[in-house]
Design a protein around this ligand. Structure first.
Ligand code: KG4
Ligand code: ZN
Length: 343
């Protein structure tokens, strides 16, 4: 089955063609980062308008690259939520209309299920059941995954998501959005040992996260280090970035180990933008080696938002006979636990 996948939930237009036999045939991404840069965050209305401009040309380009004619598409998958409603509506409307015109089924995909399944596009994917750590700009969740659509939430962030904490810290350090890769780069030159950042909620039992206190601690550290309005020197900025990154990574690693111990599982999958972080991947790799287990993740471009993960997740659901009616529906909020199982 050959599926066209369309992602428009936030500030990235992603279009891909996935074939259940031939694998990923095309994967194109257009990022709106520059469009939103001067506002310091994503402006929903501008995001929707830009998706309108980009989606159709990208679909043509993706089909072209995949050597696929409209008649060879067996189904269309699109992100139906969670995300910005206006932005989601663009992908949903285009997808639903194309599917109708081509007389093929369309399926709305949960954005976080897309992330969760992205590592399945790599060689040697994990076998069910496993634990998934979903770490993106909007979500930080630990999930027990018994199969596709069989998700049990074990813990989540009570406030900021991990990616959001990276983005806000980057902003405080005068770095552009998205902050995660910027912090990671700066942290390479820093000495994390110079500061002692907190590891939030690690002493309490349980699998929930909280990153807002860490953000405040970072802000206070920056204020203390720039007494009298003196700008931070390069070494101090790098040390703060390194200490912050280490605190987030340590916290995530500790909670993952706890989830694995509680469930007796030895496979951990990480997905979402923050799973592209090298220090996180290395630390989890070390922890899992000690447990005699394994960590799984996707190549960096499949960790952040993309159309490939939507095409893949949609393909699994379409192959199981699931598809939408003619109504076009999207959801700003959508708990993963509400998804139906794919048998
Ligand atoms: O999954 P994603 O592309 O979009 C959402 O669904 O939110 O995640 C974006 C988030 C941003 O907060 C970005 O700063 C973070 O992922 N991110 C990273 C890295 N690359 C992206 N965080 C830490 N290290 C990275 N290398
Ligand atoms: Zn995402």
């Amino acid at each position: 089955m050959r599926v066209l996948g369309i992602e428009t939930s936030c500030d990235e237009t992603g279009v891909a063609v996935y074939d259940s036999e031939g694998g990923l045939l095309a994967n194109i991404l257009y990022s709106q980062v520059e469009l939103h840069a001067e506002y310091g965050g994503v402006v929903p209305e501008l995001a929707s308008r830009d998706h309108i401009r980009k989606t159709l040309p990208l679909i043509r380009q993706a089909l072209d690259e995949a050597g696929t004619s409209a008649g060879q598409v067996d189904g269309v998958a699109y992100t139906a939520g969670p995300g910005l409603v206006g932005a989601l509506m663009v992908g949903a409307t285009v997808s639903r209309s194309l599917a109708y015109a081509w007389s093929v089924p369309a399926v709305g995909v949960h954005h976080m299920e897309g992330h969760l399944l992205a590592p399945m596009l790599e060689h040697d994917p994990p076998q069910f059941p496993f634990i998934a750590l979903l770490v993106s700009g909007g979500h930080t969740q630990l999930v027990h995954v018994a199969g596709i659509g069989r998700y049990r939430l074990l813990g989540e962030s009570l406030d900021d998501a991990a990616g959001e904490a990276f983005d806000k810290t980057a902003k405080m350090l005068g770095l552009p959005y998205p902050g995660g890769p910027q912090i990671a780069k700066l942290a390479l030159e820093g000495n994390a040992g110079r500061y002692d950042f907190p590891r939030p909620m690690t002493r309490k039992p349980g699998l929930d996260f909280s990153f807002s206190g860490l953000k405040t601690y970072t802000r206070n550290t920056i204020i203390d280090a720039s007494q009298g309005g003196v700008p931070l020197d390069a070494a101090t900025r790098a040390d703060i970035a390194a200490a912050f990154e280490e605190a987030v990574v340590d916290t995530l690693v500790l909670k993952c180990r706890r989830a694995l111990k509680q469930t007796g599982l030895k496979q951990l999958l990480i997905a979402g933008g923050v799973s592209a972080n090298t220090r996180l991947r290395q630390s989890l790799g070390q922890m899992l080696r000690k447990l005699d287990g394994q960590v799984y993740y996707a190549r960096p471009e499949l960790c952040t938002d993309n159309g490939a993960m939507i095409a893949y997740a949609g393909c699994q659901r379409l192959q199981a006979g699931q598809h939408e009616g003619l109504a076009i529906d999207v959801r700003a909020r959508w708990p993963l636990s509400e998804l139906s199982a794919v048998e």
